[in-house]
Design a protein around this ligand. Structure first.
Ligand code: G
Ligand code: G
Ligand code: MN
Ligand code: NA
Length: 255
């Protein structure tokens, strides 16, 4: 309850901030995009993980304000990169959207208003949703379809760990399949996870989607994934989540 009250003040007191984790192209590791991840610097407890406060905010409804703040920040940052770096700007910026936001029928209109106010091309933005969030109700699937119609692309996050319904890949306009770290962790051993990660490449190819391997931590995993057909990856082996200014350093250093 304390933390929940504190979160109410966090936006006003400017305690939330965003970091961006590079998504890279294999095998060379060229920057393909970034994923925005929210952080909370609590005045007493220091950094509070979104793994703690996002579920909390989902339960008490504050996710609507937190989610809106995240979206505004991401859209402004992306528009600024587009203006200042043009063709060299991060091609795609991903933002995580929670179940509550997806169940808000007004969400696509809110998204459209924010994009047009910032003059941002919707094609720059990727909305990351989880299987569980989309499967909840008919509203969520409809909202996802409308976001796609606006020109945003959709990423299915943590794929394989939710209520993995393959029919979702049929019903939902998914462009990016983000294969969860828990599977990627097992690729270099003779494991069921390796078989699944291998198999998902065939599915994404056939369905004209792109697979992204999440949580890549070693060169061996990166090499294995490349050999298996993966062209996109994300993880500490390549880069940790970083402030926007560090992303700009990468942009100026890029080829
Ligand atoms: O960044 P980190 O690995 O600590 O994130 C932990 C969890 O919080 C992940 O599941 C991630 O998707 C989620 N998360 C991070 N930032 C956001 C955000 O801006 N919105 C939502 N809804 N979830 C986020
Ligand atoms: O649920 P989602 O995939 O959005 O969560 C992404 C989270 O995973 C972020 O909090 C990010 O900090 C974390 N992350 C990204 N790459 C790695 C990695 O290589 N190893 C570990 N342990 N965590 C990672
Ligand atoms: Mn994500
Ligand atoms: Na994920």
């Amino acid at each position: 309850a304390r933390l929940s009250n504190d979160l109410r003040q966090a936006i006003i007191r400017d305690e939330l901030f965003l970091v961006y984790q590079p998504i890279v192209e294999l095998p060379h590791g060229r920057l393909a995009g970034v994923e925005a991840l929210v952080r909370w610097r609590h005045p007493e407890h220091g950094l509070v993980s979104p793994a703690v406060f996002i579920p909390l905010a989902e339960r008490d409804g504050q996710i609507m304000e937190v989610g809106r703040w995240v979206l505004e920040q991401v859209i402004h940052q992306t528009a600024r990169w587009q203006r200042e770096y043009g063709a060299d700007a991060p091609t795609k910026v991903s933002v995580n959207v929670s179940a509550r936001q997806l169940n808000e029928p007004g969400f696509p209109a809110e998204m459209e208003a924010l994009l047009s106010a910032a003059g941002l091309d919707p094609a720059r933005l990727v909305v990351e949703v989880t299987e569980t969030a989309v499967l909840g109700t008919g509203v969520a699937l409809d909202v996802v379809r409308r976001l796609h119609e606006l020109g945003l692309s959709i990423a299915l996050d943590d794929f394989g760990t939710g209520q993995s319904s393959l029919s979702l890949l049929v019903d939902c306009p998914v462009t990016w399949l983000k294969v969860d770290k828990s599977f990627v962790d097992g690729v270099t051993s003779d494991s069921p996870q390796a078989v699944i990660v291998n198999g998902l490449i065939g599915i994404t190819r056939g369905l004209r989607m792109q697979a992204v391997a999440e949580g890549v931590e070693t060169a061996e995993q990166a090499e294995w994934l490349y050999q298996a057909g993966y062209r996109f990856a994300q993880g500490y082996h390549f880069a940790r989540p970083m402030p926007a200014s560090d992303v700009e350093l990468l942009l100026t250093l890029r080829d």
